[in-house]
Design a protein around this ligand. Structure first.
Ligand SMILES: C[S@@+](CC[C@H](N)C(=O)[O-])C[C@H]1O[C@@H](n2cnc3c(N)ncnc32)[C@H](O)[C@@H]1O
Length: 390
């Protein structure tokens, strides 16, 4: 494994995304994963990753930490033909005494001094610098952030090479002319994860038949895709189109798109070449307080009809999608998380549900702690498209 990735709060989704993109992942800690990234994928295309670093050393000996970090910083100073460096150290560990942190960075500074290198360190609020601090202190371009990952088995030292572009995410999230102001808005990062899970061929079109204000369409366009979107509400069609124009202007991109009004359960038009469906379906009522199973019973039956109706329609069309990545709702009830439970019926319709090595398929859930309605993410493949060898 050559690189490590620091992942966000949604660990299961991150494992599924990284396994899909990189083939193999090795979880090290709750928020750290080792990856084999031969193509050096841009972090901007990954929804679940906060930082990516290149592994520069490993050791079993905690006492070697200072000298190994110093050696890496000295190497960088030499390479940059400089006499000084700004650095930061982030510690990822289940157990690490915060009191040791200050001593560590001061000792590194002293060791650098011995080699006639002036240095300044940036102190994190806890043990880790966040992406904003790394950016603000220019540690990627003019300095260095060293990440230390301490697991039961080994200590890994990595140099941060990419960080999440937080400004761009906020712009895409909050800067668009049409935002869905409802609780539990669909975040661009989740759209990216789902697009990656679809594993669509480069030339394939991405189609979102419940496109709403167009978050999936927007993220797919940024990935260079041709996109199609439709929605039952004419108002949402207009919102998506306006948002796409905004995106094209803001990000200086063009690209083909088609957005139209249609009921997803009665679709008769689909892209006529290879395509994948990536969509956040309709989640139903947005509850603000924990619900009982009885309260959601009617919702469940209504929503099941929409999803099964839609999936049934899609698989019966002449041109079926290569893959379908869809969110279905789940609810925080007084007795735990309750799912829509339509998996068996989905399989009966003729879909296979993708299994992952690093995470259980049914654990792909996106839900903030206080939210009542969460999203379960399903990665489906129509069986007939496997048979047809598409
Ligand atoms: C949760 S929103 C999708 C939001 C979207 N992911 C976004 O980022 O804006 C669900 C959308 O599904 C649409 N919808 C509900 N039932 C539909 C149906 N039968 N066919 C097509 N669209 C439908 C709603 O109008 C709504 O815009």
């Amino acid at each position: 494994m050559k690189q490590i990735a620091i992942i966000g709060r949604e660990r299961n989704l991150a494992l599924a995304e990284l396994e899909t993109v990189f083939g193999a992942v090795e979880p090290i800690l709750d928020d750290v994963v080792a990856i084999k990234d031969e193509n050096s994928t841009s972090i901007d295309r990954l929804g679940s990753v906060i930082k990516i670093g290149k592994i520069v050393a490993t050791t079993q000996d905690m006492f070697k930490l200072e000298s190994l970090i110093t050696a890496e910083l000295e190497r960088q100073v030499l390479e940059d033909k400089k006499t000084s460096i700004d650095f930061g150290v982030s510690i990822y560990a289940d157990k690490y005494n915060p009191k040791d942190y200050r001593r560590l960075v001061i000792n590194i500074k002293k060791l650098l001094q011995k080699s006639k290198i002036k240095s300044r360190f940036v102190l994190p609020k806890s043990l880790q610098l966040n992406a904003a601090q790394v950016k603000h202190n220019k540690l990627l371009r003019k300095g260095s952030e060293i990440m230390v990952i301490i697991s039961d088995r080994t200590i890994t030292i990595a140099k941060t090479e990419q960080i999440q572009n937080i400004d761009s995410y906020s712009l895409r999230d909050f800067g668009r002319p049409n935002r869905n102001m409802q609780v539990g808005m669909f975040p661009p990062k989740l759209a990216q994860i789902m697009l990656n899970l679809a594993q669509a061929e480069e030339s394939a079109t991405i189609y979102d038949p419940f496109c709403g204000s167009g978050v999936v369409l927007q993220e797919a366009m940024l990935m260079g895709r041709v996109v199609w979107g439709s929605d039952i509400a004419e108002k949402m069609v207009r919102a998506s189109v306006e948002n796409i124009h905004w995106l094209q202007n803001e990000y200086r991109i063009d690209g083909e798109f088609k957005v139209f009004e249609a009921d997803a359960t009665k679709l008769d038009t689909t892209p006529d070449k290879k395509y994948s469906i990536v969509t956040e379906g309709y989640l139903g009522k947005m509850y603000s307080q924990t619900v009982t199973s009885d309260e959601i019973a009617t919702q469940k039956s209504e929503l099941s009809k929409i999803y099964l109706g839609f999936l049934d329609k899609i698989i019966s069309l002449e041109q079926t999608p290569e893959s379908v990545v869809i969110t279905i709702p789940c609810w925080q009830t007084k007795s735990g998380l309750e799912a829509l439970n339509i998996i068996d019926q989905i399989e009966k319709l003729g879909y296979t549900i993708k299994q992952f090595k690093s995470v259980r398929t049914l654990d792909l859930i996106y839900k903030r702690e206080k939210q009542v309605v969460g999203r379960q993410i399903l990665v489906l493949r129509p069986k007939n498209s496997i048979k047809k060898g598409k």
